[in-house]
Design a protein around this ligand. Structure first.
Ligand SMILES: [Zn+2]
Length: 245
């Protein structure tokens, strides 16, 4: 299958994968590549790695949060440092098998043989505080957020290229997904991240967007939070019944 690849800035390629239309991102400079999110299957991860290696040596991987569509392809990068929020590593250890079993339980197509015994690989490098990773001549800032969309969201910024990557902290084309969310934490996270956001914001799903869109999604989440606290109507475009009990 041909992957959809869009260059959003010089050296920043968004690769939209078939599974859940998840955006992987390649940051390329000076013969080195950083891969952000690795797809939903081992073979998709391998395909992504082969694509990345057309642009240079893969020096690091970042996983933005512990959801299967972003992380189950990590085995293809076992020899590369893989960075994630510490809570993402803990969460994958605790829920990875359950996420796999949910995929099997809800599959509409025949389940591939590998999935039945799959043990999700874990990221190797916990990022507990803002950290800069060097890719060629570029600084990429990893900013761990805390419980928002998930227990372990992590944002990235490439200030030299004017690009931020938010994983599923921002969702384009679909409502924000709340199944593992902390709504108050999410609003606080987007407030804290706002001053650092670059002009081009890449979501975990959907097309590249802007800080203004992120601000609007922050306001939507805040309206949902206010409703839960008894102030104001339930906002359109947010399924509050998804929230964990
Ligand atoms: Zn997610």
């Amino acid at each position: 299958m041909t992957l959809e690849i869009v260059q959003v800035a010089p050296g920043v390629l968004v690769v939209t994968l078939p599974e859940a239309a998840m955006n992987a991102v390649l940051v390329v400079d000076g013969g080195e590549v950083l891969v952000v999110d690795v797809g939903a299957t081992p073979s998709r991860g391998a395909e992504l790695r082969a694509l990345a290696e057309r642009h240079g040596r893969v020096v690091a991987v970042v996983v933005t949060h512990p959801h299967w569509d972003h992380v189950f392809g990590l085995g293809a990068f076992a020899d590369v440092p893989s960075h994630a929020h510490p809570a993402t590593i803990v969460d994958l250890r605790e829920t990875g098998i359950a996420q796999r079993d949910a995929l099997i339980a809800f599959a509409t197509d025949p389940v591939p043989a590998w999935l039945g015994t799959f043990v999700p690989p874990l990221p190797t490098h916990p990022v507990a505080a803002p950290t800069t990773v060097r890719v060629g001549g570029l600084d990429v800032v990893l900013d761990p957020v805390g419980h928002a969309h998930t227990v372990g969201d992590l944002a990235l910024h490439v200030p030299a290229l004017g690009v931020s990557m938010l994983g599923d902290l921002v969702e384009v084309g679909d409502p924000p997904q709340l199944h593992d969310a902390d709504l108050a934490g999410w609003v606080a996270a987007l407030d804290r991240l706002a001053p650092a956001l670059q002009p081009i914001v890449l979501p975990g799903h959907g097309a590249a967007t802007t800080p203004a869109f992120v601000a609007a999604q922050r306001d939507l989440l805040a309206a949902g939070l206010a409703h839960l606290r008894g102030a104001g109507p339930a906002p359109e475009g947010l399924d509050l019944t998804q929230l964990p009990g």
